[in-house]
Design a protein around this ligand. Structure first.
Ligand code: C2E
Ligand code: MG
Ligand code: MG
Length: 476
């Protein structure tokens, strides 16, 4: 049986303790059997843990390292200080392949490309899948003066001629360690910039570009951010803040809303700077998935500490909300952290909901069957047909800050607020007013029977530490 050294060490100590103890032989036998059983369990748990860790770093479709796994390889290479070329590869028109021939064929194309690239690598080189249609290579012992022709020939020789689809071409970009950058993320960014230039030349040929300084100027800020954000999702740079929601009946904390932040180079970036462009790609799916996981983990941690845990609402983009995998993801997290669904609510914006009303209603029903609450966020901005609101299986309407901020100033906005509150009462929905900043706004909402409020008047979004200090009275 294969066990780690610590396991052997424990067994040895146990063996000596049992054998030198003046106890009957059958007791020694029982004790030693127990020790072996425990060791076996330890071995199996470790094996399972190792397997999970490995699985997390392998792309299930192509069976090559995924972004996380590939980052580990690059960082190891960087530690050893050996020079290498980092080749970024983007498949041209992959989306149209998927759209016209289906995802199964798309998966086949990815597997084929991974296979053909891998076949051409030497034993010292590595391949990884960085994103849906993007691969990367590490070519060892390559520098700008000894390898440009070699890499050009390498890429040109990759012939992807699939029977039912026209020839597939690749856009590639190369950066060199340590010449262009010394850190994994920066190398990736620079080879991506070179790929971006290749894409501009033609999509009807394999094109390769080598990174140079002027390329940074042509590269759009959102593109840089997008690449950096992909890395941030893997690290600890994205984190959550929690904003209290107060119940106006008793002036007590009733729930929290999780709000994402990105700590980039020491500076905090707010979601309006990165959620919109993440929504243009599948990046938002990963972000929403991560947030749901972080929230469930936080609830488990607070429950373990014995605190009075409040339900937390999680903002979910329209894209994530329309994914079938959302239900699976919710169930997986609830089970993994053994938490009651009553602790989780999902917030979907009214405008996102209106885009695909039928699909959204079906999804809401499924989520509610699990036991989650559904909030309609930014209510009032999406021009819902108010009468059909009765058919929406939502629990809460959140009146948008744009209306609340005009209390006392714009009579029409006050009418909208009042109307929403009355409608909410009739339809048995809870009303939360967002963005309450002043005592005047608060008093107006109290007078008009609003159920709950959220806003700077009570509290700005708080870090976990600040929230615990304020509400769980934890001292430093
Ligand atoms: P939202 O869901 O409507 O969140 C409320 C926003 O209003 C938050 O901004 C919050 O900090 C801000 N806010 C709350 N009270 C006040 C107030 O009294 N005055 C003012 N001026 N602002 C207040 P934040 O955190 O910047 O989030 C902006 C939007 O980004 C959110 O709007 C939500 O749509 C989106 N978002 C935030 N976190 C996530 C997330 O984890 N996933 C997704 N998909 N979207 C998120
Ligand atoms: Mg929200
Ligand atoms: Mg809102």
């Amino acid at each position: 049986m294969m066990v780690d050294y610590f396991g052997y060490f424990l067994l040895l100590i146990f063996f000596f303790t049992v054998m030198t103890n003046p106890i009957p032989f059958y007791q020694k036998f029982i004790n030693l059997s127990l020790a072996f059983m425990l060791l076996y369990l330890r071995y199996n748990t470790k094996k399972e843990y190792d397997r999970k860790l490995k699985e997390e770093k392998i792309d299930p479709i192509t069976k090559i390292p995924n972004r996380k796994g590939f980052f580990d390889i690059i960082n190891k290479k960087i530690k050893s200080k050996e020079e290498f070329a980092f080749v970024y590869i983007d498949i041209n028109d992959f989306k149209s392949i998927n759209d016209s021939y289906g995802e199964e064929f798309g998966d086949y194309v990815l597997t084929e490309i991974a296979f053909r690239l891998k076949n051409k690598l030497s034993q010292k080189d590595f391949i990884g899948r960085m994103d849906s249609d993007e691969f990367a290579l590490i070519l060892s012992e390559k520098n700008p003066s000894n390898s440009k022709d070699f890499i050009k020939e390498f890429i040109e020789s990759i012939d992807i001629n699939l029977e039912i689809y026209k020839k597939i071409y690749l856009a590639c970009g190369v950066s060199y360690y340590p010449y262009d950058a010394k850190k994994c993320e920066k190398l990736l960014l620079k080879s991506h910039m070179a790929t971006y230039e290749s894409k501009k030349i033609t999509k009807e040929k394999n094109v390769i570009n080598f990174y140079n300084e002027p390329m940074s100027k042509n590269y759009l800020v959102p593109d840089i951010l997008k690449e950096e954000l992909k890395s941030a999702i893997l690290g600890e740079e994205l984190f959550l803040m929690y904003q209290p929601v107060m119940d106006l009946k008793n002036n007590k904390l009733i729930s929290l809303e999780s709000l994402i932040r990105w700590k980039k180079d020491g500076e905090i970036i707010y979601p309006n700077k990165f959620i919109p462009f993440s929504e243009e790609s599948d990046l938002i799916l990963k972000i929403d998935q991560m947030v749901l996981n972080l929230v469930c983990r936080q609830i488990r941690m607070w429950l373990n500490e014995g605190y009075d845990v409040m339900p937390i609402s999680v903002n979910i983009s329209a894209k994530t909300f329309s994914e079938e995998t959302l239900i699976k993801d919710v169930l997986k997290n609830l089970e993994m952290y053994a938490i009651n669904p009553k602790y989780i609510a999902l917030e979907i914006t009214e405008s996102a909901f209106l885009k695909n009303k039928i699909g959204a209603i079906e999804q809401m029903k499924k989520l509610k069957e699990i036991g989650l609450k559904i909030y309609l966020d930014d209510f009032g901005k999406g021009y819902s047909q108010i009468t059909s609101l009765k058919n929406y299986p939502v629990d809460v309407l959140k009146i948008d800050r744009d209306f609340v901020k005009n209390i006392g100033e714009n009579h029409i906005d006050e009418v909208v607020i009042n109307y929403t509150i009355q409608l909410g009462k009739t339809l048995n929905k809870i009303i939360i007013a967002e963005g309450v900043e002043t005592i005047e706004q608060l008093n107006y909402l109290i007078e008009n029977n609003c159920d709950r409020v959220q806003g700077y008047y009570y509290s700005k979004p708080l870090t976990i530490e600040d929230f615990e200090k304020k509400y769980y009275k934890i001292q430093d």
